[in-house]
Design a binder for this molecule. Sequence first.
Ligand code: FAD
Length: 405
Amino acid sequence: ADSFDILIVGGGAAGVGVAASLLRRQTDLKIAIVEPSDKHYYQPAWTLVGGGAYDIQKTVRPTASVIPQGATWIRARVAGFAPHSDCVQLDDGRELGYRQLIVCPGLELRWDQVDGLEATLGKHGVTSNYRFDLAPYTWQLVRSTPAGRALFTQPPMPIKCAGAPQKALYLACDHWRRKGLLERIDVEFNVAGPVLFGVAAFVPSLMKYIERYDTKLALNSNLVAVDGPNRIASFDVKDADGKVSRVDKPFHMLHVVPPQTAPGFIRASALANAGGWCEVDPATLQHPRYPNVFGLGDVTSTPNAKTAAAVRKQIVVVAHNILAVRNGQRMPARYDGYGACPLTVENGKVVLAEFGYDGKLLPTFPLDPTVPRRLAWQMKTVLMPWLYWNGMLKGREWLTRTNAI
Ligand code: FAD
């Protein structure tokens, strides 16, 4: 079997970024990235696409163009791990060996956990900004809805970019408000959990927008089934005593954010914790049972906001620590849980929510982070995509030192 100094599982934001960062530190490392897809996506802009503020074609590039020079791209899917013998199995039957392993295959969107959803996605007014092919359909629906009921949903946590479900809502409502249609559209936000946003400091600013857009906020309301042809969404609604009842709601447009779990091959592996996520130490990002295994990105057990902004910080921590372990040294780097969620509350303004473990606020700028700002919109729509492609994926740490990708 082929064997590598460092084998990376997944060539998304985390895999490509960490490979580039490692090769900048040490050019002679034999590194391979296992990645099945020939396309690499900049997912954070899909919210903008769904709001008519970004070109979908600018969110995708060939994987071949983002694999760092000096790294080997293995186009396959990892099927399983054998951490005791330092090898992974691929879906084509091959095995790959490694001295050190980095696990970063992202998370799995569980469309299958909502009855009837997969069959109706992209039709009957049912859409989601969580897919490249559907984000443009969101904008098509928003533009063509003159009246009626628009439902937006948010599944149980954790999900990637916890603010994205409400970003879809705000950008749609802002469009309808500008066109004078909002009064004729009955907007409802169904949130599976008990709060609008997990970090309390940002809730008052966001509630102002919920009110401005005259949105009905339905907390503890979890989407469980969709009947596309009849345009009915079914929710499990929990009351104050914890009693759950089924409520059917008709709709003209439904924006769904699917439930999300660790990928099946991670859940089934020895690397997983009880919840199925790839277990790592929250500070060092090293696996607690296999010291030559590290993890980063959406797949890990760490309780940070699952965002590309978090990945950007984690890349540096993993790069430092994995090389230290390789050289028999103590791990020098610690991750503080930093993540960022630029909340697009209207077209032209963003609340830049940046926070670490336990909801600790970690603003980049010495300004009140809860205030919506035009400058933050410019960052989100222009600066951050540029920094992603040219800084983060290239391992140019100095370029990405500003927070919030
Ligand atoms: P990914 O980038 O998803 O990459 C995982 C890779 O692993 C994929 O290329 C996949 O093909 C590969 N893979 C999967 N299975 C296997 C396998 N078996 N073997 C090998 N490879 C495999 N973040 C922000 O910072 N700010 C935002 O505003 C923001 N908004 C978002 C809005 C939306 C709608 C979405 C969907 C995401 C948003 N994010 C945002 C989150 C951000 O995109 C993710 O946190 C980030 O991409 C995580 O990087 P990752 O490498 O862990 O996963």
